[in-house]
Design a protein around this ligand. Structure first.
Ligand code: HEM
Length: 510
């Protein structure tokens, strides 16, 4: 027993000494290079009683997680240490930045110096393989090229199909003024539409008859996500988690589900049907089979699109209703805009984009509740970012190879120096006021990120959200909040959603 304790103690001391050396070495690099290059200045560092592993910082962030306010915890750190700062969490140096100039540099001029891998690629490999979400460089370019044309055509073509699912969704909402949670229903709607668009076959979750296979797939997907999230937060201590048999079982089930769709798409490719003009439905997996017929490649490529697609748009719609239910005046303004739409007006892509207030609600919702509140990158080589150094945070900073950089969209989109003292308030009119548009606010507002790696589904999602808001406001005359808790508490998996759901009651238009 005592020899085991001695062994464990020695191992811990050895690991601690190793990390102490790496910390000292990285700190030395940060300051020595910073002094010399391009006027770089030192970056503020979060003070910690454990400068090697940063256990205390890690624990504080986990506490905020349990309290449902992780994004606010980071914002508070920004208030204390400045818009860009360094912290140590479980032995990993993380550079947190909320400066638009740095976000712009990472997404544009310094794009090749920052990658999602090896951080994302290596960690998610057994589950997600290689694809648009996990890769950098040439493989990412190839993956991006696979999806780009389909997204730009689908955003215009598929609203009729979306309407079919929306009608089912609206029919399931209780019309007697009783309380219900909109969030799970919204998730079902977007799962049905996104699986139809991605795989060619809808999960049909809104169907009153339960689909056993879909439930199993979603449970397995959630378990796979949990495994991935644990790998991400446990940093250098993650390796034993790769042996977790439940994780392996879960992602194997997900793979089997996707493989059936891959098989069907390949089968369809081998027996092309005659196309009726105007009836073309864009299915991403089927479009992908034109470029590759390797079943493994297709499985991972489509999973890499499903991964960021799952739930994001559903949460955005639910968040908009969360806010509208708490802001009756804004709900009335939405209904006023929607009531002016002629009954025979088709809700086309172009028409929806002309609805100023509807669009403003979506913009304001995504400002307060970005689906990806912090987006990580790893510096693939030494780099310089334009801001964050010195006492005022306005000097350039040196970022050595291997540092994890997190772009804090939540903090920048609530920064009072950019948005004013009312930055925390839901005020869609800040977007309708002349002089302030989404496009002018670039890099201070990036819920879909910017540059060549921005979300390829942005236009499709914005159009679907506008369509759904219009149909919702046409269908219901009243919208009431039924949650005693008015604040937004978060639960974060890969995206951020309301911990308490979206409890509301509605009454239909007579
Ligand atoms: C409100 C809804 C959505 C928001 C706010 C959103 C936001 C984002 C953001 C911020 C990124 C960048 C992540 C990163 O680089 O680490 C991203 C990437 C991506 N999103 Fe979305 N997204 C949404 C919905 C969707 C949907 C519905 C799809 C697919 C149908 C989708 C597909 C993708 C893909 C494939 C990427 C990876 C792009 C690349 O790395 O080149 N997203 N999204």
């Amino acid at each position: 027993m005592s020899s085991l304790l001695t062994l464990l103690g020695t191992t811990f001391v050895a690991i601690y000494a190793f990390y102490l050396l790496t910390v000292t070495w990285t700190k030395k690099r940060l300051s020595a290079e910073a002094a010399q290059r391009h006027g770089c200045k030192p970056i503020p560092t979060v003070s910690s009683w454990d400068p090697v592993f940063g256990f205390d910082t890690f624990i504080n962030i986990r506490k905020a997680d349990f309290a449902g306010c992780r994004s606010e915890a980071y914002r508070t750190l920004h208030k204390t240490y400045g818009p860009t700062f360094l912290m140590k969490s479980l032995g990993v140096f993380e550079l947190q930045t909320s400066q638009p100039e740095n976000i712009q540099a990472i997404c544009t001029s310094n794009f090749n110096e920052f990658g999602v891998g090896p951080m994302r690629g290596t960690i998610g490999a057994p589950f997600l393989g290689r694809g648009i979400f996990t890769e950098d460089g040439e493989f990412w370019k190839h993956s991006r090229a696979l999806v780009r044309p389909t997204f730009s055509r689908a955003e215009i073509a598929d609203l009729g199909n979306f309407d079919r699912h929306v009608a089912r969704f609206l029919a399931l909402i209780p019309k007697d003024g009783s309380t219900f949670d909109l969030l799970p229903l919204s998730k079902k709607l977007f799962l049905d539409t996104s699986t139809e668009f991605l795989f060619g076959e809808s999960t049909e979750c809104l169907d009153p008859d339960p689909h056993f296979e879909t439930d199993e797939f979603m449970q397995a997907f959630d378990r796979s996500l949990l495994g991935l999230a644990l790998l991400l937060i446990t940093g250098p201590f993650r390796w034993p988690l790769y042996l977790d048999p439940y994780w392996k079982k879960a992602y194997t089930k997900v793979h089997a589900f996707v493989d059936k769709h891959v098989e069907r798409a390949l089968e369809k490719k081998s027996r092309p049907e005659k196309e009726i003009p105007g009836s073309k439905r864009y299915v991403l997996l089927e479009e992908m089979t034109k470029t590759t017929q390797d079943p493994y490649d297709l499985r991972m490529q489509i999973l890499n699109v499903f991964f960021p697609a799952r739930d994001t748009a559903a949460i955005a719609f639910a968040d908009a209703i969360f806010e509208l239910a708490r802001h009756p005046l804004e709900w009335t303004k939405l209904r006023t805009e929607v009531s002016k739409i002629e009954p025979d007006q088709a809700l086309t892509f172009q028409f929806l984009h002309s609805l100023k207030f509807t669009k403003a609600i979506i913009e304001e919702t995504l400002r307060l509740h970005p689906a990806a509140s912090r987006i990580g990158r790893t510096s693939l080589r030494d780099s310089i970012l334009p801001k964050g150094g010195g006492p005022d945070g306005q000097s350039p900073i040196f970022v050595p190879k291997g540092i994890v950089v997190e772009m804090d969209l939540y903090t920048v989109q609530r920064d009072t120096s950019i948005w004013g003292e009312d930055a925390d308030e839901f005020k869609p009119d800040r977007w309708t006021k002349s002089g302030r548009t989404l496009w002018e606010a670039k890099w201070q507002y990036e819920p879909f990120l910017g540059g060549i790696r921005m979300c390829p589904a942005q236009n499709q999602v914005l159009t679907q959200l506008a369509f759904l808001l219009v149909r919702f406001a046409q269908e219901f005359k009243t919208l009431e909040n039924r949650d005693e808790i008015l604040e937004y508490f978060e639960v974060i998996t890969m995206t951020v959603e309301s911990k308490n759901g979206v409890k509301i009651a509605v009454k239909p238009v007579e």
